[in-house]
Design a protein around this ligand. Structure first.
Ligand code: ADP
Ligand code: SF4
Length: 662
């Protein structure tokens, strides 16, 4: 049973005309599913309700074709035909006794209408304010008729939301969409009753609250998502004008880099002070996020009057059953979010979200996967898993859960493979949760045995007598420089020093003198290694053929903070440069834009251009199986980085997939 100190989290709470069964509130979050993939969406949201979330919201839901975020999948209620798709989600949520919420969105000039092809509407006519998609066309400046239409669209969509079965209907007044433009003292330059004074700038929000209330009556609660931010005192003046108007506040702060910050830069409950101040100004319930994974923190913020409900997007993605686990008194089973933002990255890429910690996320419908349940086997075969990185650990855990008799052999003393190494780098400590959760689960199983310091060769593998073998031996960073931009090795003189990133990761001896890190990987590792080496007092030049450092981290919402961290640490940053050759005390860099060769001083070089799979063992086992007689395993399969080097999420997914499909 749950510990009594968490009882508060399971108290029902009245939200206007409806009652949430507990304090676990899955806020609206993007999924890369939206109106494109309603069954995928419904299955995923339904599992969260099953996992105990008292409120489950769908993603931002467009009210009209003038809000078309095109490239990013979003939900929509443009007309009556859209009701059915949304009802799939509300039915799935209601099946488990949770409330379903919908965040009605009016996009303003943040969206681009690339699909609907009507002009977007903005406060001033200018290109879309979504700087990630720099389209060469502008929005129309809203006039009074547009404002009347916006009110009607919200009202009509709210009525459809009721027909679709939603219990909570939002007015969405933050995140850069239209209402943010109205609220802003800087952007809102109108001279009519919607501009100028704060009362005028909040007018449209208040009108939409009234329209929504009128449309939903007492059939649903009315929520407002709003930024109340200590760095912007006026937000509290605006909040005070509306404090008791909705049935529920879903509060956040202006800076998405904090609200949705990667764990490298932002820790649990980071919004607390801003939220607490607003909470003290309203009699209505408040929900707010904070990447909460600790039940103690959750109980503290509710008991301490910071907020009434535990808002969550990422913690509910990493562990849809988080509330059930607290209720059942097994918080150690919570699969804690590591704050890597791989989920967000895939929505930003326009595909269903996935999760480093939860391999079933996004596959609930397509593959029928469930975060807690897995098909068990009646006849337990013996499976040998070689390598205890994220792929091997997840495979061993899931096979153990299925009832197999599992042996997990790991060459080193430490479990976790790359995760253990990388979690020692600056800001990445939470990534160790990938290892710790899996090891914790395996330790509870009597049918999974771990063998440390057991580097296996093919003959060892065959002598074990396993029925099945999974090879999860990982991959290493190469030093040849071949990669995205190069087909052949980088030429180097005999006296040049080139060091693999793995030498740094494994704590090996490093040369003296200034280093150049060449980042043709474009994700986090090159920048994090640069910071780690700076901490050791080494002069570091970070060089990339990308236009900006760590290009891919723009999808994980950590690029700006990454670039700032490099600047703060005194790392020299060179962009649009490839390595052309390496010599004793410098590299010759090649500008990808102009073709000019420029020397850069460095005594040694770390190239991050590609990794090579450790596939020798797999090949040896395959070869040995063809010649060995009875007793050979029935199958051998490679998984994780040994199969195709990738991100940690890919390795975990690969391990789970191999286990569930064995
Ligand atoms: P992945 O991300 O695919 O899980 P990692 O590189 O993180 O890959 O982990 C691979 C693990 O496999 C490492 O912990 C490594 O020590 C281990 N390993 C590599 N070769 C062998 C081997 N021959 N026998 C046992 N363990 C091995
Ligand atoms: Fe958390 Fe990463 Fe999973 Fe997103 S992908 S929920 S940030 S662990």
């Amino acid at each position: 049973m749950q510990s009594s100190r968490y009882d508060i989290l399971f108290e029902p709470i009245t939200l206007g005309p409806v009652t949430a069964p507990n304090r676990f509130y899955q806020v609206p979050h993007c999924t890369g599913m939206g109106w494109h993939r309603p069954k995928t969406l419904a299955a995923m949201r339904g599992i969260k309700a099953e996992g105990g979330w008292g409120v489950v919201c769908t993603e931002y839901c467009s009210v009209h074709e003038s809000t078309d975020d095109g490239y990013y999948p979003y939900a929509r209620l443009w007309n009556d035909e859209d009701i059915r798709a949304n009802a799939l989600m509300t039915d799935a949520v209601h099946e488990h006794g949770a409330l379903a919420g919908v965040e009605l969105c009016i996009g303003g000039n943040y969206v681009a209408n690339t699909d609907s092809r009507v002009p977007t509407l903005g406060m001033i006519s200018r290109p879309s304010t979504n700087v990630d998609l720099p389209h060469p066309f502008q929005c129309r400046r809203l006039d009074k008729e547009d404002i009347r239409n916006v009110r009607k669209w919200q009202r009509d969509a709210a009525k459809r939301a009721i027909e679709a079965g939603f219990d909570i209907v939002y007015v969405y007044a933050t995140h850069g969409y239209l209402l943010s433009e109205f609220l802003s003292a800087t952007i809102n330059t109108r001279t009519d009753e919607y501009g100028g004074s704060l009362e005028n700038r909040t007018r449209l929000v208040r009108e939409l609250i009234a329209e929504t209330r009128d449309a939903i009556g007492d059939k649903a609660a009315l929520a407002v998502r709003f930024a109340a931010d200590l760095s912007d005192p006026e937000t509290y003046d605006a909040f005070a004008m509306m404090a008791d108007m909705p049935d529920l506040w879903d509060l956040t702060v202006h800076d998405y880099g904090i609200e949705m910050g990667a764990s490298r830069f932002v820790k649990e409950s980071a919004l607390e002070n801003s939220i607490a101040k607003a909470k003290s100004m309203t009699s209505k319930p408040v929900a707010a996020v904070g990447r909460f994974t600790s039940p103690d923190t959750m109980a503290r913020v509710v008991l301490g009057g910071v907020q009434d409900m535990i808002g969550a997007a990422r913690p509910s993605i990493a562990d849809p059953f988080l509330p059930v686990k607290i209720r059942e008194g097994r918080p150690e089973d919570i699969r804690e979010c590591i704050g890597c933002n791989i989920c967000y990255a895939h929505n930003s890429l326009g595909v269903p979200i996935r999760c480093t910690q939860n391999p079933t996320m996004g596959e609930e419908h397509r593959k029928g996967w469930h975060p807690e349940r897995i098909a068990t086997v009646s006849k337990a075969e013996r499976v040998l898993v070689v390598g205890a990185g994220p792929a091997g650990l997840e495979a061993a855990r899931a096979l153990g859960q299925r009832g197999y008799d599992v042996m997990l052999a790991e060459a080193s003393r430490d479990l976790g493979g790359r995760v253990t190494q990388e979690s020692k780098l600056p800001g990445l400590s939470e990534w160790a949760r990938v290892r710790d959760w899996r090891v914790g689960q395996i330790e509870k199983m009597t049918n999974v045995e771990i063998f440390r310091e057991s580097r296996l060769g093919a003959s060892d593998v065959l002598s074990v007598g396993a029925d099945r073998v999974l090879v999860a031996t990982g991959a290493s960073w190469t030093v040849d420089g071949i990669g995205r931009h190069r087909d052949t090795p980088v030429p180097r003189t005999d006296d040049a020093t080139v060091v693999s990133a793995d030498t740094v990761l494994s704590g090996g001896d490093l040369p003296d003198g200034p280093v150049l890190i060449h980042d043709d990987d474009h994700y986090y590792l090159a920048a994090v290694l640069a910071l780690a080496l700076r901490q050791r007092g080494i002069d570091v030049t970070y060089m990339t053929p990308g236009g900006r450092p760590a290009s891919w981290t723009r999808y994980t919402n950590e690029q700006c903070a990454t670039i700032k961290s490099l600047a703060d640490a005194g790392v020299t940053v060179l962009t649009n440069r490839l390595i052309d050759r390496v010599e004793r005390d410098h590299v010759v860099s090649h500008c990808v834009l102009t073709g000019t060769d420029i020397p850069v001083a460095a005594d040694w070089v770390i190239p991050l251009t590609r990794r090579e799979a450790h596939e020798a063992l797999f090949r040896d086992i395959e070869a040995a199986m063809t010649t060995s007689g009875p007793g050979a395993p029935k199958s051998v399969q490679r998984i994780g980085d040994c199969d195709a080097p990738g991100i940690i999420a890919t390795a975990v997914y690969s391990g789970y997939k191999a286990a569930v499909e064995l």
